[in-house]
Design a binder for this molecule. Structure first.
Ligand code: FES
Ligand SMILES: [Fe+2]
Length: 398
């Protein structure tokens, strides 16, 4: 993140703290509860946002070396992602060309040959079919056209992107706009995978996303946890096409008021939260003196998915990453902090959001209200509506 932008955001947060003000969306809006409960809408979201839109599947550190692989069924189809011997990232449908069995069932690991568990056809990390046992009895197989079905995949800004629909290309510059350079500046690519938690949640996936979209709830829901270190109801907010950046205001920002701007450190004074349409929250975490300039101590990646087209069930994959160049004690401390953060999401945010889902299906209200101080919620839902060809949220006139 550019130093000038860091200073601008920190000054704005200090000003808002001093004034007792917050970012202002310019009005309140209503969101119909059917956005969370409609089966028809859920089916369209699943298709348009999760089957026909490029997805962030992890960070570079999920595939640390040539031969590394990860698998996923988050998008309702088996996907195998690999790093080949030249270090190039690939994604495939994890489906054997012989009789369709899932080729690799481990969640992650390292292999130079993927051997199908049914009859042992073997595939390289480039997806080539390289071996067919007993081919003399089976019959000749043209290996050049029986490899794994490849998906468009790109590793950029330290993130792993995959288009789940075979044969569909995508252009990240168009999707990210100016946000690309800023993502690049954090060097996410240098982080090593730490751990991943899966949280099954009895609620619409967008309610999980909504919990990340405002700090209005911090002094209430997180009064004994996050609110110890972060000011509630004060933030910076900027949008980049379908994506956004929120800057939460750490209480440590006050330590910088009397220090020269050259010493201001955005990762100590704030918590940046990047939202990447449709389902990603990416949070860079604290720099440490032992980390090279502009390096991160760690990051958290939250991927939220509907359970296919069921509007009432979703799950989150929460992964954390740490910088392998920081000392062991700090890395352990970082891992503990990031695990604690996931638990807050699970035990506080998602509990409240699942209760909102019960409220949505109860029939008590036909809409929810998003305040002026919750601009991310306006932006999320207006974006979803636009992608689905629906009207923008209704502005509540005073
Ligand atoms: S189904 Fe894979 S080798 Fe037969
Ligand atoms: Fe929260």
């Amino acid at each position: 993140m550019q130093k000038e932008e860091q200073i601008r955001c920190m000054k704005l947060l200090m000003q808002r703290l001093d004034e007792g003000s917050n970012v202002d969306a310019g009005g309140m809006v209503r969101n119909p509860v059917s956005a969370y409960t409609s089966e028809d809408r859920a089916a369209r979201e699943w298709q348009m946002m999760f089957q026909e839109y490029p997805q962030v599947m992890g960070l570079t550190g999920d595939l640390p070396k040539p031969g590394s692989f990860i698998t996923s069924s988050d998008l309702g189809k088996p996907i195998l992602m690999t790093r080949d011997q030249d270090g190039v990232f690939h994604a495939f449908l994890n489906v054997c060309s012989h009789r369709g069995t899932i080729v690799e069932s481990e969640p992650r690991g390292e292999k130079n040959l993927f051997s199908c568990p049914f009859h042992a056809w073997g595939y390289s990390p480039r997806g080539e079919l390289v071996s067919v046992p007993r081919e003399a009895q089976f019959g000749p197989v043209d290996k050049s056209c029986n490899g794994l079905v490849e998906l468009s995949a790109e590793e950029k800004h330290g993130l792993l992107w995959v288009h789940p629909k075979p044969g569909t290309k995508f252009n990240l510059n168009n999707l990210l706009g100016d946000l690309g350079d800023e993502l690049e500046s954090w060097n996410y690519g240098q982080l090593a995978f730490g751990a991943m938690e899966t949280y099954q949640t009895p609620m619409n996936w967008k309610l999980a996303i909504d919990t990340f979209g405002e700090t209005y709830h911090f002094n209430v829901l997180h009064k004994n946890t996050l609110a110890n270190d972060i000011y509630g109801n004060v933030q910076c907010y900027d949008t980049y096409k379908n994506n956004h950046r929120m800057m939460l205001c750490a209480k440590a920002i006050d330590n910088f008021r009397d220090r020269p701007e050259s010493e201001w450190d955005i990762l100590k004074a704030t918590v940046p939260v990047y939202y990447l349409f449709p389902n990603i929250q990416l949070i860079p975490n604290g720099r440490d003196e032992s980390v090279p300039r502009d390096g991160l101590a760690g990051a958290t990646l939250v991927r939220v998915y509907p359970s296919k087209s069921n509007p009432h069930q979703s799950f989150s994959q929460i992964s954390f990453y740490t910088n392998p160049n920081i000392d062991t004690a700090l890395r352990a401390q970082m891992s503990e902090r990031l695990t604690g953060f996931s638990e807050i999401i699970r035990d506080e945010d998602y509990v409240a959001a699942a209760a909102s889902h019960q409220g949505a299906v109860s029939g008590a209200r036909d809409h929810f209200i998003f305040g002026r101080n919750e601009p991310a919620l306006h932006h999320y839902h207006n974006t979803y509506n636009r992608v689905l060809g629906l009207d923008a949220l209704e502005v509540i006139s005073n």
